[in-house]
Design a protein around this ligand. Structure first.
Ligand code: SAH
Length: 393
């Protein structure tokens, strides 16, 4: 049994206007009320909304398309670059529709510069992190969808701090635009490049910030000049398993990949590792995942962090294989990245091999996730904006 302290049960007091949803989730679904919203940005709006915004500024509607081309196509928000706009209106338009949302506070690299973590400070002092990972055949941006997270998974660094607020769509997109700009400018070793993949595996629970994450997906995948033109097939939304949101996502007509952070095949353990399991059980989460696979035709990723002597027993591998047999699924095993203060650590190599072998023997496609970024606290589950906290204090 796990010996580390576990969070208290998370169901809110009865009578809350949340329908009895867990506290962290309720915050996510209702937005993070009481906090000022980030400034409006072009990337929050769909093309019609941008044209309306331009008109609202007393400008011609096609100015919105010009601004979009600068931001999504040329990756610039500097009015000085926008020579196709009348000199007198550039600064005003840029200030109104392209405000700087995130300021890079700190940048850390490893893997000869091909992994790069950025700590961002938002307009209200909230911190989030993103990670760029360049591989020979692709570039993946791991982005945050919330400042902090309300899901309280005890093994995750972000989960320990609680939720600060939802990010706006444009704050999510800005993390990818920054990576795209660095790649286009040849700042990342390997020559000029493009972002091919985006994973919502940074800070936050993307499906608890549903509308903004969906808007961000559209901005990322719409072709230039409406968006960045990244294939939806290269975008992964990773979730603790918010069943109604998974069901809603399946109906959006998107082809993004769904990843489910399962981490245990049995409710007894999953209730502790992923506390929202107390609300939606393994069977319900997987049923929603298979429905997603059925609707989209996309194989679902099952994320499983291997935690020594907690969830890495051979019998749990067999139980997992039985749950997934015959489904459109693939398992990503992630050696746990221990977080500061946690008594949990990664599984022994032989236990990992055994776990993987048993899944494979059960006919389940399985890979072991590489743990890039460990040295810069940029690996899975390590994003906690700690350098900022230190710099602040
Ligand atoms: N909230 C979403 C997305 C963010 S976490 C989710 O839970 O899916 C991205 C992935 O990293 C999840 O699978 C999460 O469980 C995993 N993770 C979190 N902390 C980790 C850690 N310390 N070691 C390894 N993986 C971790």
């Amino acid at each position: 049994m796990p010996s580390a302290a576990l969070p208290a049960p998370i169901s809110g007091p009865p009578g809350e206007p949340t329908g009895g949803l867990p506290a962290g989730l309720a915050g996510g679904l209702t937005g993070t009320a009481g906090r000022p919203s980030p400034p409006r940005h072009l990337a929050d709006l769909d093309p019609a909304g941008r044209q309306a915004a331009a008109a609202g500024l007393g400008q011609q509607r096609f100015r919105a398309d010009q601004l979009s081309r600068h931001y999504f196509g040329r990756l610039t928000d500097d009015p000085g670059d926008m020579t196709d706009l009348p000199a007198g209106t550039r600064a005003e338009l840029a200030a109104a529709l392209l405000p700087r949302l995130l300021t890079a506070e700190r940048e850390l690299t490893c893997d000869q510069g091909t992994t790069r973590k950025t700590l961002w400070r938002a307009f209200d002092g909230a911190y989030v992190e993103s990670v760029l990972m360049r591989y020979p055949d692709r570039v993946t941006m791991c982005v945050s969808s919330q400042a902090g997270c309300g899901m309280a998974c005890p093994f995750c660094a972000t989960g320990q701090a609680g939720l600060t607020r939802n990010l706006s769509a444009a704050e999510i997109v800005a993390q990818v635009v920054a990576g795209a700009r660095a790649l286009a400018g040849g700042e990342v070793p390997g020559g000029p490049g493009r972002v091919s993949n985006v994973v919502f595996m940074g800070m936050g629970e993307p499906l608890a910030n549903y509308a903004r994450v969906l808007a961000a997906v559209r901005r990322l995948s719409d072709p230039v000049p409406d968006g960045l033109g990244i294939s939806q097939r290269g975008i992964t939304i990773s979730t603790v398993g918010l069943v109604p949101a998974i069901e809603r996502l399946a109906g959006e007509g998107l082809s993004v990949r769904l990843a489910v952070s399962l981490h245990a095949p049995d409710d007894g353990l999953r209730d502790e590792l992923v506390p929202v399991n107390r609300r939606w059980k393994v069977a319900e989460v997987l049923a929603a995942a298979w429905a997603y696979a059925g609707t989209t035709g996309r194989r679902v990723s099952i994320e499983y962090a291997l935690i020594r002597d907690i969830n890495d027993q051979a019998w749990r591998a067999d139980a997992l294989a039985a749950l997934l047999a015959g489904q459109l699924a693939h398992v990503n095993l992630i050696p746990l990245n221990p977080t500061p203060g946690s008594r949990w650590t990664a599984s022994r190599p032989r236990d990992m091999r055994e776990f993987e072998a048993r899944l494979a023997a059960g006919g389940i496609p399985v890979t072991v996730r590489d743990t890039r970024g460990t040295q810069i606290d940029g690996a899975c589950g390590q994003l906690a904006a700690l350098p900022a906290a230190r710099a602040d204090g």
